[in-house]
Design a protein around this ligand. Structure first.
Ligand code: C5P
Length: 418
């Protein structure tokens, strides 16, 4: 996937630096070359020996090292790669880069490079949320820097919130996107053999997944949306790819990195999602995990609606096409297994059973999304799988674990259809 491409990896000082070693290994494994710059603080967490062992290259540390300057000056170093990646990007490195400071090799390289820069921030949640860091983030984004993460989670310091560095696999996926043939975007890379179990349960199958919300425009600046984060659908895509499938993920607007090895098609509205699904067929397994808006406005206002002191403009709604029902009823080219989701706030099983019959799909995965369940946007999920075989209820688990369990069940069901 990264054959012939080279990455210059700047490793800042933070507990997440240990993950940088894994990132080096993944880049090498996907065919890319990687050179590392290790900051003084980074050296406290990962050794140059580990990095040079994994990268097969000299590790650069000092700005004024005579040998380095003769062999390769810092300007040349900053331009020697196709992409500069900063992982972990500490608050200090972000502040330096945002303000153009150049007092060590890492910051000088960031100022001198003419290549795209990808940063994977990692820091304490208070540091991340501090207005200074948020200001620096906005400046760097304006300067064209791309970001992956940080993610929410428990931190080494015991606090909880955004600040955890994205996993190496997610950083690798972001690198893949930036290093596509024309720079951006990159077609679906083959899953790494170690991530896609050889002969995995879905090897040779095409899996189509919808995820996230849809946005239905009211006027050029307003839209109707819902609280879906897309996490469950993205986790399903990752699990399907790990099971060896070729995966097309049709995603509404979400704030999640593309899962590694998955072809992501980004859409906004229900109608765009519907046509992207048609374009992606045929598929062996289709999973409709998106929270598609049921209604859209009859027509989008060409200009921003104005408060003109008169009556409040009425929102005239019309129903969106039901993608799941349409694909379930295809007579030609229907996927062997069609799965829908039912997000219910009461009488979960009863409503989901009715929905399965109404939509004509093979399986309904039902979950309780009442506000007290914390499912919408949360990390965990409790699901009930309704199929011809009856109802199976899985214990409450992380959305990743739910995804793996579901993919496992779907692969088994798919075999019975073959
Ligand atoms: O009817 P309801 O929205 O509750 O159905 C949920 C299921 O139907 C989900 O699997 C969702 O992805 C799918 N759906 C769809 N197109 C719509 C509405 C829902 O594919 N317009």
């Amino acid at each position: 996937m990264l054959k012939g491409r080279s990455v210059l990896l700047i490793i800042g000082g933070g507990i997440a630096a240990y993950k940088a070693a894994e990132l080096v290994r993944l880049i090498k494994k996907s065919g890319g070359a990687v050179r590392c710059i290790l900051t003084k603080a980074g050296r406290e967490f990962v050794t140059p020996l580990t990095l040079s062992g994994l990268s097969g290259e000299k590790v650069f540390e000092e700005l004024f090292s005579l040998t380095d300057e003769t062999e390769m000056g810092h300007i040349q170093l900053s331009r020697s790669a196709d992409l500069v990646v900063v992982a972990p990007a500490t608050a200090d490195l972000m502040a330096k880069a945002a303000n153009g400071l150049a007092n060590d090799l890492a910051s000088t390289t960031l100022l001198a490079t003419d290549k795209r820069v990808l940063m994977a921030p990692a820091m304490n949640v208070r540091m991340w949320e501090h207005p200074a860091t948020q200001r620096n983030l906005a400046t760097l984004k304006r300067d064209g820097v791309t970001f992956v993460g940080p993610e929410d989670g428990e931190m080494a310091c015991g606090e909880y919130g955004p600040g955890r560095m994205a996993e190496p696999v997610a950083i690798l996926a972001a690198i893949g996107e930036l290093l596509g043939p024309k720079g951006y975007p990159m077609p679906a890379p083959d899953p790494l053999p170690e991530l896609a179990a050889p002969g995995g349960a879905l090897a040779g199958k095409h899996v189509l997944i919808t995820a996230g919300p849809t946005h239905e425009p009211i006027d050029p600046v307003r839209y109707i949306a819902n609280r879906s984060s897309g996490k469950q659908g993205y986790a399903l895509a990752e699990a399907a790819a790990a099971a060896g499938a070729r995966v097309t993920l049709i995603s509404g607007p979400v704030n999640l990195p593309a899962p590694y090895g998955v072809h992501v098609v980004k859409v906004e509205t229900a109608r765009e999602m519907g046509s992207a699904v048609s374009d992606a067929l045929p598929a062996d397994l289709a999973i409709f995990a998106a929270a598609v808006a049921d209604w859209r406005t009859i027509d989008e206002a060409g200009q921003k609606l104005k408060k003109d002191g008169k009556a409040i403009p009425p929102l005239q709604l019309t129903e969106n096409p039901d993608i799941l029902a349409r694909v379930s009823r295809l007579t030609d080219g229907r996927p062997a297994l069609v799965v829908g989701f039912a997000a219910e706030t009461e009488k979960v099983i009863e409503h989901a059973t009715a929905k399965r019959a109404r939509k004509g799909c093979d399986v309904i995965v039902a979950n309780d999304v009442s506000p007290q369940s914390g499912v919408m946007g949360g990390e965990n999920n409790t699901v009930h799988i309704l199929s011809d075989a009856g109802v199976e209820t899985l214990p409450e688990m992380s959305k990743d674990k739910v995804a793996r369990a579901l993919i496992d069940r779907f692969a088994t069901l798919l075999k019975t259809k073959a």
